[in-house]
Design a protein around this ligand. Sequence first.
Ligand code: GLN
Length: 280
Amino acid sequence: MIANYRKNFTYIYKEKNISYKEICDEIDFVTEILTQIKPINIGIIQDLTKEQIELIKGVLEEHVETKKPLQYILGKAFFAGKIYYVNQDTLIPRPETEFLVDLCCQYADKNKNYKILDIGTGSGCIAVELALRIPKANITASDISKKAIDIAIKNASKYGVSQNISFIKSNLFSNIKDKFDIIVSNPPYIDYTDIEEVQQDVFDFEPHRALFAPDKGLYFYKKITEQSYNHLNANGVLAFEIGWKQYEKVAEIMKNKNFTNIEFVKDLEDIRRVISGIKN
Ligand code: GLN
């Protein structure tokens, strides 16, 4: 039974200030990644071996001791229901980012050879998801970090979409020559002055240059919007993930650069999380 199997591990969390729900989620996550068995099936269809239990314990103990995110200990994270490689050169993909992928898919005509650019691809989660969902798309994924691109390349290969994505090391548009139908980005957007609001483990372990941005967190929205204009085809779409208090400001930035039809998508917490506009 699912609850029973978790009893092997709950002692690791003794005296830790974490909810029962979070403990269960962490145990289930590590178990599924390490054994590929869906936790719901444990004790019903399959049991864990002694070796598997020891392996899971090792990871959970390291996590509880060091506070290092489980995804970095395991080198893997879930995004859109699939397992992606990650390391400390890449951000851990967040569920909110799935809304950005969904929005791009709504814009893309599946029968056309859409050209899409993902700026700051990190683990490549956005580019790979788009390649899987829009198989005819011709995708370019860029990042300033060569080490992040190495992970993105591994993810593209894992999901058989290496042919659909070109990876380019580029500081924003510095090495980008083409024009695109969609430019998408989940850029760093946390304002340096909001550092206290960032969870401790995020601050300690995730790459700061993927998280923080100058100019109240708006720096990359300004740069990318400005430069996108020359890199978008007529009626091209620009889409960003944004922070919880940034919608009005990013909408303004886009309107000032002649983007129209500015729209947003809310995430599961009812926060305006994704913004898009069309090149006028
Ligand atoms: N594109 C990646 C993601 O959405 C990385 C984003 C980033 O590093 N800011 O997870």
